[in-house]
Design a protein around this ligand. Structure first.
Ligand SMILES: [Zn+2]
Length: 186
């Protein structure tokens, strides 16, 4: 199975959410987890491409971001697309959720596979699968796609979990993907 991995945001141009106390940046957590997920999936026999960029779908203002995430996935073409993020709210909320373009179908099944692996192995609050049709990585990709919000980086305990357990988040995401792969008969 061909898996496109998009760690959220951009290491140079867009940090994503930042923990106000520790300074932990969403883009760094996403990069670390994304690279590990790629290694685990390749070891499991998947083909992977990974791209973290401010250019999601020709929407970057930076001239050196001249490759688009969504275009790369569509052109390959990937069998599935996963975007890796950390959530943020008011510093109090905690938990894991996966976003999809719409409920039902392969994207929601992929999201469910990943969500259950994270929740069961990390013990995070299960915030479920949510429809976010406005997200470009979900509405412009041509294959099953989900955006994973691993935990809330602006909550100090959750940020600590992300820092200490990033490898277990990575393993859980990879297991969710291979659960999907097996169930779909790739
Ligand atoms: Zn994000």
């Amino acid at each position: 199975m061909k898996v496109f991995i998009n760690p959220g945001h951009d290491l140079v141009y867009d940090s994503g959410a930042v923990n106000p106390n520790s300074g932990l940046r969403e883009c760094d957590v996403a990069a670390k987890v994304g690279n590990a997920v790629k290694e685990y999936l390749e070891a499991a026999g998947c083909e992977c491409q990974l791209l973290q960029s401010d250019n999601l779908y020709w929407d970057s203002q930076y001239a050196d971001r001249n490759v688009s995430v969504v275009q790369s996935a569509n052109d390959w073409p990937a069998d599935i697309f996963i975007s890796i993020h950390c959530n943020a709210a008011n510093g109090q909320v905690r938990g894991t959720e996966c976003e999809v373009y719409q409920g039902g179908g392969s994207s929601a099944f992929l999201a469910k596979c990943i969500q259950s692996q994270i929740v069961s192995s990390l013990g995070t609050n299960d915030r479920g699968i949510n429809e976010r049709p406005g997200l470009v990585v979900l509405n412009s990709t041509t294959m099953p796609a989900t955006l994973i919000e691993m935990e809330f980086i602006d909550n100090d305990d959750a940020a600590e979990l992300l820092m200490e357990q990033w490898d277990n988040f990575s393993r859980a995401i990879a297991r969710g993907v291979t659960d999907y792969e097996q169930a779909m008969g790739f």
